[in-house]
Design a protein around this ligand. Structure first.
Ligand SMILES: *Cc1c(COP(=O)(O)O)cnc(C)c1O
Length: 367
């Protein structure tokens, strides 16, 4: 048999997939260009590392690596439940929150089922939908953000899931409580709403909707969160879902028994208690957002106002050559042409020094 036939033998949805393009790793660029002093502002990683308490917990757990992790994740689930005023049975742990999203697709989407998501929405939603045999339904964005009214109106008999990100990656846009209220009221109860809150800890606006507050009223709501972003634990892969107990029970049936590793479990539990680190990470980001936005403005570049730890900006021309020129400067950012934004690049907020270096490089490159 010809090796190429193995693509034709894959599930129909899988054949339509393109692999997810992650941010370029620093050592890959080092190998390619033989340069050093590279900064990576491409994957919305923490510029301040991770919580010292989380790192200490990881060190203390190193002599137990020969044991399987606690498959029930009891310590972390209890800590989350207690903090949020929920029951342990409402919490599902994931190998990153991408794992939670995938559990949803696997449990709720079969051939022909529709999953709604927004234009410029997170790339994983259509990938996991297609991989499950489902049909991704993309709803046009409004001002780069989710048009929740249009998304609710797109529901059909075949709709099983709606993915909404608040705030959204890669645009950094968000919607207030009133819009979420109206949306949840409009969506039929048989449709599962997945509210992806990967960046909610960064948002300081009092009108921002905290998904956990909606769980008591909406049995069809699942909130997905992560330790990858503000907690700076991307490398350990820990995320969680919050939902009614019925949805959590379903996700637990499809979840791999040891989907969260032992170091991730202890690190996340410790990180939850490190309020000082959390505040520091948020402060650095808030100041960095202002610094980068002002810098972009001075360069005469349009950007999408963001409440996250990144900003998408318009290069005023095709973004790919700008991205490549920045790579030669040792600055890795993220092209987002795959999100229907071919003239935009997304830059993650770094330390003040990294932000400055990015802005200087960008000025040279555009010069
Ligand atoms: C980063 C991100 C996630 C979380 O990814 P992990 O798997 O937890 O690392 C989820 N949703 C969005 C929109 C993100 O940007």
């Amino acid at each position: 048999m010809n090796g190429n036939d193995f693509l034709a033998l894959a599930n129909a949805g899988v054949q339509q997939l393109q692999p997810y393009q992650p941010g370029k790793p620093i050592d890959e660029l080092e190998r390619e260009l033989g340069i050093s002093h590279i900064i990576k502002l491409a994957s919305n990683e923490s510029p301040v590392g991770s919580s010292p308490m989380a790192m200490a917990a990881v060190r203390a757990a190193l002599d137990q690596l020969h044991r399987y992790p606690d498959g029930s994740g009891h310590g972390l689930k209890s800590a989350l439940a207690q903090r949020l005023g929920l029951s342990v049975a409402q919490v599902t742990l994931g190998n990153g929150s991408n794992d939670i999203l995938e559990l949803v697709a696997r449990a709720y989407l079969s051939a022909g089922d529709e999953a709604i998501y927004s234009e410029h929405g997170f790339a994983i939603y259509p990938i996991i939908t297609l991989a499950s045999g489902g049909v991704p339904v993309k709803v046009p964005a409004r001002n780069y953000g989710h048009d929740l009214q249009a998304m609710a109106a797109a529901v059909t008999e075949r709709t099983r899931v709606i993915f909404v990100a608040n705030p959204n990656n890669p645009t950094g846009t968000w919607f207030p409580r009133a819009e979420l209220d109206a949306f949840l009221a409009a969506v039929p109860e048989r449709v599962l709403v997945v509210l992806d809150e990967a960046y909610f800890e960064y948002v300081e606006d009092p009108n921002f909707a905290n998904g956990a507050d909606y769980l008591a009223q909406h049995a069809n709501l699942l909130v997905a969160r992560t330790f990858s972003k503000i907690y700076g634990l991307s490398g350990l892969r820990v995320g969680y879902g919050l939902s009614g107990t019925a949805v959590a029970d379903v996700l637990n049936r499809v979840r791999q028994p040891f989907n969260v590793n032992s170091l991730g479990l202890v690190a996340a539990e410790a990180a939850l208690d490190d309020l000082e680190f959390l505040e520091h990470a948020r402060d650095i980001n808030t100041a960095g957002l202002v610094q980068v936005a002002e810098g972009l403005q001075q360069l005469g570049l349009e950007y999408i106002p963001s409440v996250c730890n990144f900003i998408a900006f318009n290069c005023g021309r095709e973004a790919m050559p700008v991205y490549q020129a920045l790579l030669r400067e040792g600055v890795i950012v993220r092209p987002i042409a795959g999100y229907d934004l071919p003239n935009h690049l997304r830059v993650t907020i770094g330390t003040p020094e990294e932000n400055e270096r990015f802005l200087e490089s960008l000025q040279r490159v555009l010069g």
